[in-house]
Design a protein around this ligand. Sequence first.
Ligand code: SF4
Length: 307
Amino acid sequence: MNKIGLKPGTRLYRASASALKIAIRAAEAAGFPRFPYAVRIESTNLCNARCINCTRDIMTRSTGVMEMGLFKKIVDECAENDVGVIHLHNFGEPFLDRRVFDKIRYIRDRGIKTRLFTNLSIFSREAAAELVETGLSRIKISIDGADRETFEAIRRGLKYDKVVENIETLLDEKKRRGSKLPKVGLVFVETHENRGQTRDFKQKWKGRVDSIHIMKYHNWGGSHHADRGTDMRAMPCLRIWRTFTILYNGEAALCCMDYDGRVKLGDVTKNTIREIFKGELLKKIKSWHLSGRFDRIPICGRCEARR
Ligand code: SF4
């Protein structure tokens, strides 16, 4: 059974996959989607943690911070095309970018919702006040443990007490300012190391934050534990129709699983998002998804995020 509640290979699963493909083809024939709903901008791929389930140790590309000129060009195009949301994160810790607050304000001033995914280890009372002032729509904080020992064994290099204190500070600062934003969500990725802790985790945070997500660990586009045996999954991955991922240097990667930019769709320093999104390479990848030839794309074949 997968996360949509249907078992791959069953009649109902096959019928659902066919219906989805028909709907996608009809939308494409009508020219949709014209632009991605969500654009993910990697403000930086630097990180201060060494989490045990991360692919950082096998990432080969360079690290850096997206420069402001490129960032503004991307956001301006998103604003012109009524993008639904900008995720100001990808493969890195956004608070390592010294201009992160300026970047959030720039997105806000163009009327676009912003989301940020963080480990919230680099934070302070001043940062909390500034963050609330920016009008950030939603912040998601990774905290994969209900106690210090488990958390620090998974999120190596980070301190549990400090992260908890930072969450409390952010919640307090929102309250003091009477602000509903940012919505605060906690994300707990269930792994072998923290199995059995989700109940305690929910109990600790329930009613204090806006959302709690318990997620299954995925294999990073097949880079980790890639052997699934016979694969009956046939659903096209909607990420390639809905989202667009831009690495810190302007290269467009296939999706958020493509931590190393192995499937380069293009480069927004040379082309627009729209040109790349409607370009030949992505068109070909979409056709492979619609015809079930997932193995034609190096990272999709064994990806656990596919249904
Ligand atoms: S199948 Fe996986 S790697 Fe391929 S586009 Fe979807 S999420 Fe990305």
